[in-house]
Design a protein around this ligand. Sequence first.
Ligand code: ATP
Length: 258
Amino acid sequence: MKTPVIQAKDLNLTFETNDGPVHALKGVNLDIQQGDFVSFIGPSGCGKTTFLRCIAGLETPTGGSLTVNGMSPDNARKARAYGYVFQAAGLYPWRTIGGNIRLPLEIMGYSKQKQAEQVQRTLELVDLAGFEKKFPWQLSGGMQQRASIARALAFDADILLMDEPFGALDEIVRDHLNAELLKLWDRTGKTVGFVTHSIPEAVFLSTKIVVMSPRPGRITDVIESTLPRERPLEIRDSKEFIEIAHRVREGLKAGSEV
Ligand SMILES: Nc1ncnc2c1ncn2[C@@H]1O[C@H](COP(=O)(O)OP(=O)(O)OP(=O)(O)O)[C@@H](O)[C@H]1O
């Protein structure tokens, strides 16, 4: 088996707070392989965001080990190993869509020509070709979120980390973006880490579903999806889909009973 792109071994993170220690992550073991689409699901406070932030090198674990592309998360961050998509699109209102996507490329010193090429390429990837000169407020919430995905893809990192990117959107828009994201993942072969509260979203998108539970934050089940790689939205009515969703639900229930 190939070396995992992301590997956590007995990972712990305890926050010291005025009210005492908070065990955000305890004994987390997980291997993520190249090209996996991994969703993290669990109730509020189970450590989903904390784990994603550890992978991104934005939070420092207090125990265990974590590697990203075989290096420390901090080195992987410096090597621009990942793009990060936040809950809110977080686009700069004074920059156009193109200007927002270009920003990380400017910071990284890409040539003007390469910047323009990458902006066009990623706008096409997220189906926003032609919107380069618009400002964020001229776009719908779903389009803004797609622009923020384009920004995370612009510098061609192999890993895409997404923290509840579609949580604030209505169901129809969310369905559409889920389908688009799957296509994008299929086309680019990226490794995706995706935080969600939605069981159907996790089952629809993932090759692997990581079920977590709080106090202390830990993994209670890892479900390898048996669904085919190509997934029309109607797959959600299939027996296989419903069975996987059931297992996720049972995992969430078991975690909350401990
Ligand atoms: N910087 C911090 N300082 C202290 N405690 C923190 C900090 N960040 C997170 N926590 C605590 O760690 C635990 C895990 O938080 P985290 O945000 O990772 O959970 P989550 O599963 O992503 O929750 P949600 O679904 O609500 O976003 C929570 O109890 C939270 O209060």
